[in-house]
Design a protein around this ligand. Structure first.
Ligand code: F6R
Length: 616
């Protein structure tokens, strides 16, 4: 994913910018660049394809020095990875811009700007921004005022940093759909897409909000909100270890990671949603053309990531009308597969280093077209620099951040979000998706972090229910439709960290065998959103109650289910049925967590398990 760093200071800030880019490397990128205002008041830039170390080598050969500058790591969306497409982009010799996100109306703006005589030197959507700003400056010479006016014409998602040789006292920033944070120094200030990039220079940060425009000078920061009104944004002091490798206020990493889900889901959506549709280019420059050819999908993954793929199968067939097969990687890799024409191969992995998933990808890629090879490979992954990402044609990074707890939680929900974005993109490009439904789901996705917060607010209720499991040795998890994989994930979490034997079944299968196990020692956990399968599910639950089984039901608040003897109902916030798998995962994670705590197991490092399974 793209990264932004900027600085305005009294010292040479080249090293600060490059170090900032290095700190963002883990997000994955394909090229990097930096632009500085030199001592002669001219803008100069260096750009390189590949690693930040390549850019550093270029700077060693031809040094740049300056007190105002911007830098960027690019993840190609429009235009292949190349030096001419790398940021910063210039208009003339006096204006430079770096951009995260995607401009939806770039083609139309490009045509208008070409008619006005602007010459484009890259294939990026970003270049329209810099020329548009240059053009606005002709009638509105103040850079800040011009930026405020120019962004009104941009549709899509952006985090922008702008510098001008004409107005060398300021670094400008604009945020809409892509995060930006200002780092506050003493007599110097900074900007980045992630505070991680600036921890070397400051511990005080100010987060821009949606629609904000900021003018950052050496000695002060001024911010205007989406309505153009001057606003103050709170400055926050960062304490070392407050994030990634520290549990903070939480007793375990797993609990911390469960509670991070609203934030990381938000991050996974950032820059990928347009006004009423998903931005297909988020998958890379060739995505739209390639997606149009997809007629089948093969998903391969392990463990929790496999469960995410199982949910996606329901979505892909329902929303995009694409037949989808899914298989665990350890099986897929060792059998001869028959590939349907035009099949997209999708691997899903938190780490991107899981041996079976990698081997499956390599096998898939090794199939020649004559052997019925795959159309292309796409990785849904949490680690931008992983082998899986490097070896796949396309990728969509989940933005879960480092996951320390061995039991996967936030990686799963962000994978689901990424897979929903993929489904909507495929449906959109193939014309299979009703536009109104897409707009509705985009809206629901925007609201998802709030729904997740509401689900987490039921923490204490779930903790109380966990007591029912303290003395139990077995549990059944039931779900129907896309909730069946959610039940599987719930059962896996309980097994992994509490060592209670748990099985998941599609609720309709109960009477075909597992009902024989049900008695008062077998708690039955069920996920019950308010959908067309609810009435059928309710009769399945009657079957359990009739055998004395204790029921724990996570049900939509409109599902009309209530507590009764041996039935414990937890009312869930109402959510669009298609997004319910994401929401209903959270109480199941909490349940397994609290059961494990009661049993006194090593929650973050359960016995016999490793976080990254890089061997067979
Ligand atoms: C379960 C869990 C594992 C992983 C599996 C795949 O909580 O963490 O089942 O999901 O080992 O790992 P990745 O996603 O890294 O390929």
């Amino acid at each position: 994913m793209c990264g932004i760093v900027g600085a305005v200071a009294e010292r040479n800030i080249t090293a600060v910018l490059v170090e900032g880019l290095k700190r963002l490397e883990y997000r994955g990128y394909d090229s990097a660049g930096v632009a500085l205002l030199n001592g002669q008041g001219q803008l100069e830039r260096r750009r390189r394809v590949g690693k930040v170390s390549e850019l550093q080598a270029a700077l060693n050969d031809e040094p740049l020095a300056g007190r105002l500058g911007i830098a960027h790591t690019r993840w190609a969306t429009h235009g292949a990875p190349s030096e001419r497409n790398a940021h910063p982009h210039f208009s003339g010799q006096e204006l430079a811009v770096v951009h995260n996100g995607i401009i939806e109306n770039h083609e139309q703006l490009r045509a208008q700007l070409k008619d006005l005589g602007y010459v484009f030197s890259s294939d990026t959507d970003t270049e329209v921004i810099v020329h548009l700003l240059e053009h606005t400056l002709k009638t509105q010479p103040d850079l800040t005022a011009a930026l405020k006016e120019a962004v009104k014409q941009l549709h899509g998602a952006y985090g922008l940093a702008v510098i001008s040789a004409q107005q060398p006292d300021r670094l400008l920033a604009a945020r809409s759909g892509s995060p930006l944070v200002i780092g506050l120094g003493l007599g110097e200030n900074f900007l980045a897409s992630d505070q991680l990039a600036l921890r070397q220079v400051t511990d005080r940060f100010m987060y821009l909000e949606e629609g904000d425009i900021a003018e950052i000078r050496r000695d002060g920061v001024q911010i205007w909100d989406v309505d153009g009104k001057p606003v103050q944004r709170e400055s926050v002091q960062y304490h070392e270890g407050a994030e990634a490798a520290d549990k903070g206020e939480f007793r375990h990493f797993m609990l911390k990671e469960i509670f991070e889900q609203p934030k990381v889901v938000q991050r996974t959506l950032e820059g990928r949603l347009g006004s009423n549709q998903v931005l297909v280019q988020a998958f890379g420059p060739q995505a739209a053309e390639l997606f149009a050819k997809v007629r089948n999908v093969q998903i391969v993954a392990c463990g929790t990531s496999y469960h995410a793929g199982m949910v996606a199968r329901y979505w892909l067939e329902e929303l995009a009308g694409i037949p989808c097969q899914i298989e665990v990687a350890s099986e897929f890799r060792y059998r001869k597969v028959v590939v349907q024409p035009d099949t997209l191969f999708i691997s899903i992995s938190q780490s991107g280093e899981t041996a079976d998933t990698l081997a499956a990808l390599r096998n898939a890629k090794a199939l020649s077209p004559e052997q019925g090879g795959y159309l292309a490979s796409l990785a849904i992954c949490n680690v931008g620099i992983s082998s899986l990402v490097r070896e796949s044609d396309l990728c969509l990074l989940t933005q879960a951040g480092p996951e320390i707890g061995v039991a996967s939680t936030k990686a799963f929900t962000t994978q689901l979000v990424a897979l929903m974005l993929l489904t909507l993109s495929l449906g959109q490009v193939r014309g299979a998706l009703d536009k109104q439904l897409e707009a509705e789901l985009v809206d629901e996705l925007r609201r998802l972090p709030t729904r997740l917060d509401e689900a987490l607010a039921m923490d204490a209720v779930v903790e109380k229910i966990s007591e029912l499991f303290a003395e139990k040795h077995h549990a059944l998890f039931l779900g129907r439709g896309a909730q069946y994989p959610v039940a599987m994930e719930g059962a896996l979490k309980l097994k992994e960290i509490s060592y209670i034997h748990a099985e998941a079944y599609p609720a309709g299968e109960l009477k075909h065998g597992p009902l024989a196990l049900v008695d008062s020692d077998m708690p039955v956990v069920t996920v019950a959103p308010n959908n067309e399968l609810l009435e059928k599910l309710k009769s399945n639950l009657q079957e359990v109650r009739a055998r004395g089984g204790e029921l724990i039901v996570f049900a939509d608040q409109q599902a009309g289910m209530s507590n009764g003897e041996g039935t414990h109902v937890v009312n869930m916030p109402h959510i669009h049925d298609l997004l319910a798998p994401i929401l209903y995962t959270l109480p199941l994670q909490l349940l397994s967590y609290y059961v494990a705590v009661l049993k006194g197991t090593d929650v973050d490092q359960p016995r016999n398990l490793a976080k990254s399974v890089t061997v067979e």
